[in-house]
Design a protein around this ligand. Structure first.
Ligand SMILES: C[S@@+](CC[C@H](N)C(=O)[O-])C[C@H]1O[C@@H](n2cnc3c(N)ncnc32)[C@H](O)[C@@H]1O
Length: 241
């Protein structure tokens, strides 16, 4: 029997692999998230949005918006914002649009597109967010594009898994993330393979300090990060110079 292709299989296109993986889990993505994070993910998104510092009626781009969790949080916090969610996985966007009809009390648009090549002009947005996605993208290309579409002085806030500095806590968290998440993701999310890839995508991800330095090197000023859950989650931020 031929083994299923993995991200490391020769000739695998990372973008296509990630898109197909999310398409396979889109219908149950929200339910799986709530179970895997024990409902804590909503609080983490709220903390990230608190760091955004955007004008009340500004234009915000939510990169890799998926089913819209961060976009809807943005509108709950700042109802006069105009939010554009962008993602390259059509089934995730279908779910975001379904949710918008029920949940959004404001201006939100969901567009299909790749965050490494954004279909917007320079200096178009007052703020940018990204939730649980930096591990899936080309970091350099994404930071370059975010920097291009933000207005000078506007902030980018990125919430994602990270590597806890304390070895004991990291060991405990890794046990949950690498062993339990694939099992729970298989049961609730419907794809054990996808929920095996997702934790593994953290393995080659930069540490929180390294990612902060990537922000700085990409031209963001005042780059920093807020560790959550002992550093297993981090909110990185930086301001376009
Ligand atoms: C883990 S989900 C996060 C969704 C949402 N931001 C959240 O907080 O729940 C990652 C999303 O990133 C999207 N994605 C990954 N790479 C992308 C890229 N290069 N361009 C656009 N979307 C991408 C996937 O399709 C998926 O919907």
């Amino acid at each position: 029997m031929t083994p299923a292709p993995t991200l490391d299989s020769p000739g695998t296109d990372k973008g296509a692999f990630v898109r197909e993986m999310f398409a396979s889990i889109a219908p149950r993505y929200d339910a799986a998230n709530r179970v895997i994070s024990a409902g804590l993910d909503e609080g983490w998104r709220r903390r990230a949005i608190e760091l955004l510092d955007v004008p009340p009626d500004g234009r915000v781009i939510d990169l890799c918006c998926g089913t819209g969790d961060v976009s809807f949080h943005l509108l709950r916090t700042h109802p006069a914002l105009s939010v554009t969610g962008i993602d390259f996985c059509a089934p995730m966007l279908d779910r975001a649009r379904e949710r918008a009809e029920k949940e959004a009390r404001g201006c939100v648009t969901f567009l299909e597109g790749d965050v490494t090549s954004l279909p917007f002009g320079d200096d178009a947005f007052d703020g940018a967010t990204m939730g649980f996605s930096m591990r899936n993208v080309d970091i350099g290309a994404t930071l370059r594009e975010v920097g291009r579409v933000l207005k000078p002085g506007a902030r980018f806030v990125n919430l994602d898994m990270s590597k806890a500095p304390n070895k004991v806590w990291k060991g405990f968290f890794d046990l949950y993330f690498y062993r339990v998440v694939p099992l729970v993701g298989g049961m609730v999310g419907g794809s054990r393979a996808a929920y095996t890839y997702l934790p593994n995508s953290l393995t080659h991800h930069p540490s929180a300090v390294e990612l902060r330095d990537r922000f700085t090197n990409a031209g963001f000023k005042d780059a920093g990060f807020l560790p959550l859950m002992g550093g297993s989650i981090a909110v990185h931020y930086g301001t376009k110079a």
